[in-house]
Design a protein around this ligand. Structure first.
Ligand code: PMP
Length: 411
């Protein structure tokens, strides 16, 4: 690199240095997951020694990534079909497993059809990215807290974009009002916002969509498998699935696999699968992944008790933090963000927790969250028992004092 007229190395080094200076250099922990033991695991420290840890920040929310039925489904699909899918969906990459999974997902959301893409990120980017091609003159109204994948999709769409204040119905309505009635509109938002642990006013957004003739697009990535009688998400829980035009989800969080999808009316699915580059030009997920996801979706459809246990554990952690006077976001979801408010401290606390206490909670810094709102994001699962909660609370107590972080006086 140094021999070239342009100093490429210096540019890359400067980019990394900027990130370091802002305290948001990312450290990837080298974790050894242990099926059957989750959330207990081990990690490899810098000196290569292996240490026991408890994982408190996994998005495998319900531990389905180690569920024996899911593991078995993956293994038998590998035995039956081999590893990769062998191609894009169009060129030999559509297998029985993909077809069955899409039928299952359509059924989960009570829609005509579903389309599986390689990740939740790709599902958002590819689908939103192609909307303006399908709907010329489209305006996309996007919640200001929408995930990077939705933002990227909207940028790809190169259509008019209107950002409305987070979960703010008055602002959304004011913006909808300004768009001519005959211009196509799409409101893009999430159900559970994963960093702030809050939930969109879905019903009222649908009311506004009806009033102003807009389509609705919801990202239920942090809710599918977790909310609703069958795990259809918050829209299912609130009886609103039929009022959402496109439901987007992931197979990577509650379902413990990888992949993303959309579920919608068959004409929408047909249009997206026929035009979206992010679907057309990439190899489909392996048959075994589709098989594991299929099993996981089926299991979670039939076991509401897993969702109940999960909520109970999340509530237990929240009530302990409340009692301890910690500054955390006390929302209605399973996500528990514990505020630190400083990027360097946040990273240092995360390091101390894992090194000294075997507690793994990743620091969440800018750009994932706004500057000054850095936090540790805890995601308790049904497998986080009272002993693990005791260990966590005792570690937090010491570390919070060590770093001089405030706690409210508790009576
Ligand atoms: N949407 C939201 C709201 C997310 O938080 C994420 C990832 N964390 C995605 C989409 C992307 O999903 P996936 O990890 O399946 O790519």
């Amino acid at each position: 690199m140094e021999t070239k007229a342009v100093n490429y190395r210096a540019a890359f080094e400067a980019a990394v240095e900027t990130v370091r200076e802002e305290g948001r250099y990312r450290i990837f922990r080298d974790i050894r997951r242990k099926a059957g033991a989750f959330p207990r695991a081990t990690w490899f420290k810098d000196d290569k020694s292996e240490q026991n840890i408890t994982v408190w920040c996994s998005n495998d929310y319900l531990g389905m990534g180690q569920n024996p039925c899911v593991v078995e489904a993956v293994k038998s699909a590998v035995d039956a079909a081999g590893t990769g899918s062998g191609g894009t969906r169009n060129i030999s990459g559509t297998t029985r497993y993909h077809v069955q999974l899409e039928a299952e997902l359509a059924d989960l959301h009570d829609k005509d059809a579903a389309l599986v893409l390689t990740s939740g990120y790709v599902a958002n980017e590819a689908t939103l990215g192609v909307m303006s091609k399908i709907l010329p003159g489209l305006v996309i109204l996007s919640d200001e807290m929408n995930h990077a994948s939705m933002i990227s999709g909207i940028q790809r769409a190169r259509c008019e974009k209107v950002i409305f204040k987070h979960n703010d119905l008055a602002d959304l309505e004011a913006k909808l009002k300004k768009i001519p009635a005959d211009q196509p509109k799409l409101i893009a938002f999430e159900s559970v916002y994963s960093m702030d642990a809050d939930i969109a006013p879905i019903e009222q957004i649908c009311d506004l969509a009806d009033k102003y003739g807009a389509l609705t697009y919801i990202d239920e990535v942090h809710a599918v498998g977790m909310y609703g009688p069958h795990g259809g998400g918050v829209a299912e829980e609130r009886g609103l699935m039929d009022r959402i035009d496109i439901i987007q989800g992931t197979l990577a969080k509650a379902y413990g696999m990888v992949g993303g999808y959309i579920a919608a009316d068959s004409v929408i699915i047909d249009a997206v699968r026929s035009t979206a580059s992010g679907f057309i030009f990439t190899t489909s997920i392996p048959p075994s992944t589709a098989a594991g996801a299929l099993r996981s979706v089926k299991v979670l459809k039939q076991t509401p008790e897993k969702r109940e246990q999960h909520q109970e554990r999340a509530n237990e952690l929240k009530s302990r933090l409340r009692a301890g006077g910690y500054n955390f976001i006390d929302g209605d979801t399973h996500i528990v963000p514990l505020m630190v408010g400083d990027p360097v401290k946040c990273q240092a606390i995360s390091d101390t927790l894992i090194n000294d206490y075997g507690i793994y909670a990743q620091a969440i810094n800018y750009p994932t969250v706004p500057r000054g709102t850095e936090r540790l994001r805890f995601t308790p699962s049904p497998f986080h028992d009272d002993i693990m909660m005791d260990e966590l609370m005792s570690a937090l107590e010491t570390v919070w004092a060590e770093y001089g972080l405030k706690r409210e006086k508790v009576a």
